[in-house]
Design a protein around this ligand. Structure first.
Ligand SMILES: [Zn+2]
Length: 368
């Protein structure tokens, strides 16, 4: 992975490059940022740079033996730890092939995508004791080909208390050994680990950078690209999934849901629920994502000009009508409800029950 292939994140890249140029690379860093912000691609690019034999000021060279191996995620001095699902004996090295395939295909993936690739959507990933023991062993060996050794730990949130086994190593790593932890949620990481790492904050990707990528790399038609960049909310994973969705009719379906929930006709709601229940979890997630975006725009509408609103003309018309029947607190309650739905869709809830219940709650909010 090259820095130049990372979407946006210019400031973060600059800071990382400066730390390398100044030879002030922290031995343990956490790249901390929300899903889809590119924390893992940044870690992969950084790791490649550390084992590149002829780095330039701005990137790894891409042609040396180190780069060729690192770009396939198969450099013997770049190690990976990530959540696995196979029980107490399960370690990352058992899943290296799947891991390499997955991050070659999409380094912006999330944990849900990853465990789905392992065929275990319903299981919680885990980084267990056996993995920690293996890390201690791996990093005690001399490096094989590069002067540097790197361990990328993806989602240290899953280490739980086992992380304590790594404290000493993180605090006093062997010479030229670098830890790059890639995380989303600092509250889920042991404080003892956090306090031993330099935190590199990675923000959401700027809307313009997502737009540029959709137009230049993926040749998405401009008006669709603008819509996706707006809806993705800085999350490149969401942008990719929206791109893949052939017919993005979330707006129509969402407005229909609002209308039916407002009317509160049981038979109509059941029809609508039966339809949404069949479109698949990924589409349900886009749909809810869209709903949140739409409601947030409704919230800020009174203070925005039409140009500032991230909505098309037809959506603005509907939003204006909705503002007449919904005050601030009701819209907020709907946002909370939809957020909650999204959470449960991701965790394999029965979507028929979920959307039925949500429709009834929406009706209560409308009528309250
Ligand atoms: Zn190189």
């Amino acid at each position: 992975m090259h820095f130049k292939n990372i979407i946006g994140q210019h400031t973060v890249k600059q800071k990382l490059l400066e730390s390398i140029a100044a030879k002030k690379i922290p031995h343990a860093q956490i790249f901390m940022g929300p899903e889809g912000s590119g924390t893992l691609p940044l870690a992969l690019a950084f790791a490649q740079l550390l084992v590149c034999e002829n780095p330039t000021k701005t990137d790894s060279c891409g042609t040396c033996a180190g780069c060729l191996k690192a770009s396939k995620f198969a450099h013997p001095d770049v190690h990976f730890t990530f959540p696995t699902v196979g029980g107490s004996g399960s370690v990352s090295s058992n899943y290296l092939k799947e891991w390499r395939d997955a991050i070659s295909t999409n380094p912006y993936l999330n944990v849900f995508d990853w465990v789905s690739i392992l065929g275990a959507e319903n299981k919680q990933g885990n980084i267990n004791k056996a993995e920690c023991v293996q890390i201690l062993q791996k990093l005690s060996l001399k490096s094989f080909e590069s002067p540097n050794k790197v361990l990328v730990i993806w989602m240290p949130e899953y280490l739980k208390k086992e992380g304590n086994r790594l404290l000493k190593l993180i605090e006093e790593p062997p010479k030229n050994t670098y830890f790059i932890l890639v995380a989303e949620d600092s509250e889920e990481i042991l404080g003892t680990i956090l306090s031993r790492c330099q935190i590199v904050k990675v923000p959401q990707i700027a809307e313009d950078d997502i737009l540029a990528s959709l137009l230049d790399k993926h040749q998405v038609e401009p008006s669709k690209a603008k819509n996706i960049a707006r809806l993705a909310n800085g999350n490149y994973l969401v942008a990719q999934k929206m791109m893949a969705e052939l017919d993005n009719n979330s707006a129509i379906v969402f407005l229909e849901w609002m209308r039916k929930s407002w009317k509160g006709n049981g038979a109509e709601i059941v029809d609508w629920v039966n339809e949404i229940a069949t479109v698949g979890r990924e589409n349900q997630k886009f749909f809810l994502q869209y709903g949140l975006h739409f409601l947030r725009e409704c919230l800020v509408m009174p203070w925005q000009t039409q140009e500032q609103l991230r909505l098309g003309q037809e959506e603005i018309n509907t939003a204006e009508k909705m503002r007449q029947v919904l005050d601030w607190s009701k819209i907020e309650a709907m946002c909370a409800l939809i957020n909650d739905c999204s959470y449960h869709v991701e965790r394999n809830a029965n979507t028929r029950v979920l959307f039925m219940d949500a429709s009834l709650q929406l009706n209560t909010i409308f009528k309250s």
